[in-house]
Design a protein around this ligand. Sequence first.
Ligand code: ATP
Ligand code: MG
Length: 309
Amino acid sequence: MMKIVSLGEIVVEVMATEINQSLAETGLFSGPYPSGAPAIFIDQVAKLGVGCSIISAVGKDGFGNINLKRLLRDGVDISGISVLDDEVTGSAFVTYKSNGDRDFIFNIRKAACGQLSLGIANLAVLNDCTHLHIMGSSLINQNIVDLCLAAINIVKSNQGKVSFDPNIRKELLSGNMKAYLTQILKDTDIYMPSESEVTVLSSFGNDAAAIEEYFTRFKVSEIVLKQGSKGATVFTPDSTTEIAAFSVNEVDPTGAGDCFGGAYIACRSKGMNIAESLFIAAQCGARSVTFKGPMEGTSTREELLQFFQ
Ligand code: ATP
Ligand code: MG
């Protein structure tokens, strides 16, 4: 039996209703919406019918509840989510600007998901885990880094696979963080960077040389390159498979990479080949941007068939 586990932040997102609305002024907001990159990823996995859990933490509050209810409804095993009595669930307030940029106010480090550690995590969900997904955005403190490294060890020693989405911008890469990301890459089977992240963990500055290095030095078996509205490309040591993005009406781009990633890993875990998995993943990524709210656009096979008919 396949079982995919993700690890990291669960938050709600609250969105300004007007373009260019300031977070420093009183205004109208929409939300809370269930969110958090590892949560969106695992919700998409569940919607494609693969067994899955998430290791995370929420507070005993409405923001935690809306996430627990949604993940449970969509088929995620929520026993790996610790509900902490004395913490509040994480949140992100966001406003979109007319040039496409976003401003955020995050409450993550000091929220429930920032307290995740080996001490409070329910590691039992890893016992039958066949695939672990790690995201760079989750590595916000040493306890969580230690938890990720321990989880990777457990899954690898059970012959499971690891996928890794670096989900980080070059400017945010401190010395220590780069060392941890590199350590995780050494245990990674499927590496899933965005276009701007391809060379971040390489000693080379150009994409082709970086990709070659990930295969030869880090022994990665598959690289899934996410190129936004340009599409996506999967590299293996001896093949390149590309897909153009499906043409859709973008309403909210947040969460596309996580829906795409969850779908790709779910399909590969089911035994689908690279081209088939890429096709479903690109459909999930495209459909997700047509919904307001980061987790609102996760897709079942039926929803994809209906949307792309
Ligand atoms: P983020 O910038 O949030 O980290 P990401 O870089 O991880 O996201 P994207 O490349 O933005 O991920 O999106 C993943 C995939 O979803 C793309 O490769 C593409 O197939 C699909 N996708 C994303 N945006 C669009 C869009 N506007 N139209 C159609 N498909 C899209
Ligand atoms: Mg992107």
